[in-house]
Design a protein around this ligand. Sequence first.
Ligand code: PXL
Length: 278
Amino acid sequence: MKRVLSIQDISCVGKCSLTVALPIISAAGIECAILPTAVLSTHTAFKNFTFRDLTEDLDKISDHWKEEKIVFDGIATGYLGSFRQIEQVERIFSMFNHEKMLKFVDPAMGDKGKLYPGFTPEFAKRMGGLCGKADIIVPNLTEAAFMLGEEYKEELSQQEVKDLLKRLCDLGCPVSVLTGVSFEKGRYGVAAFDSRKNEFVSYFSEYLPHSFHGTGDIWASACFAALINGQNLEQALGTAVEYTVESMRCTLAQKEYNWYGVDFESAIPKFLKLLGKV
Ligand code: PXL
């Protein structure tokens, strides 16, 4: 069985970060080790959330794994809370690196032109440094703009998206993906550039005029799991988009749905079909 590591916070209520990554990666038939960077009562879209930082534990935990000779097929990172945690993740990347290990970075920091509470443009630039050490990065348009120090634009032409993807690869990673992209009314999805093949790929699905918290984390976990399961970039983008859209549909089908997270659990059967597991 493949084994991966997911490094991000655990927001106890709110359906994002580790409470999304762990079930999705497990459902894909992959052993998922976790490294929680912080424990929050909820994600930061709630008011008055508690926050316990786990920075002091991260090196000790990863040193123990090294002593135990634990090997990972991939490491995925999401929301990280501080400059020091970015350094710790870089250390973990080099400690556990081997030729076939996939380093997947979701620089989860913001959305709709704004950084999440607590993040600064300087932090976003530093996150760009971590992206340079990854094999694949998956920012949204907001995160891409902040990492590159560029102005955020809500709507980009196809050529502008291609140029942005190339500038993201210039951070140092071979493959960049932009999430939340649209070239055509009613169609919404992701676009990617593989600099090793000099190839652009994209995947679009039905645009649902609703915005939910946590969909970025669902998409990223599904894409990572699909790649670890051997899907190629184009297939993995499609699997993750269709699974995310189905999760949103399942949410909208309920009369009273949670405002804070989508019903990704009900869409797991569809995810397994997309992975070719059933
Ligand atoms: O979904 C990204 C995310 C992860 N973790 C925490 C968050 C958010 C988004 O707001 O607040 C704690």
